[in-house]
Design a protein around this ligand. Structure first.
Ligand SMILES: [Zn+2]
Length: 176
């Protein structure tokens, strides 16, 4: 039997979520949006993703209300893609998925570490602060370079993301 294109017969909420975020690249676009990437060309150079695929994934995320378009330039018109509350709600999912990868996929190195900005403690597997005992919203998370991160990347987005920074802080502000 041919593999179906979707999980239309599945009532499971995981299957429903995968209808939106289960396609290849989609969660990486969300990850970049949480890192502060907002502009089409920045996603393009950072992810090294084919243009047509990026356009399709951004549209999926817009349709699902995970990203929203915001105009930042009038002539020529340019929009950026800003994460909504639905994107922020995926942060603990991405955090625990990354943790699972480090623990279960051989040879996976820590590219970045994530800390509660207020106390500096490294976050737990679900994005919580073990010291403060509370969930930490993305805006209060500090991202720091980890041992697996290339210290001399070529693209300007990776360079902007080298220094410790808050999640959601727009990348282009660093480059201005
Ligand atoms: Zn804390």
């Amino acid at each position: 039997m041919a593999l179906g294109k979707d999980y239309a017969d599945q009532e499971c909420s995981i299957a429903r979520a995968l209808e939106i975020v289960g396609e290849r690249w989609t969660l990486l676009v969300v990850r970049d949006a949480l890192y502060g990437v907002r502009r089409y060309n920045d996603f393009l150079v950072h992810l090294r993703i084919p243009r047509a695929v990026l356009a399709a994934r951004l549209q999926t995320l817009l349709d699902a209300g995970i990203l929203e378009k915001r105009r930042y330039q009038e002539s020529p018109p340019r929009d950026e893609y800003v994460p909504t509350d639905r994107a922020l709600a995926l942060w603990p999912v991405l955090r625990s998925l990354g943790q699972w990868g480090r623990e279960n996929v051989p040879g996976t190195q820590s590219m970045r570490t994530f800390h509660h900005a207020r106390c500096g403690t490294e976050l737990g597997a679900y994005g919580e602060c073990p010291a403060c005992g509370a969930a930490v919203p993305p805006k209060d998370v500090e991202m720091r370079p980890g041992p697996g991160l290339n210290p001399d990347p070529e693209d300007p987005v990776s360079r902007a993301l080298l220094a410790p920074r808050r999640l959601l802080q727009p990348v282009e502000a660093d480059r201005a």
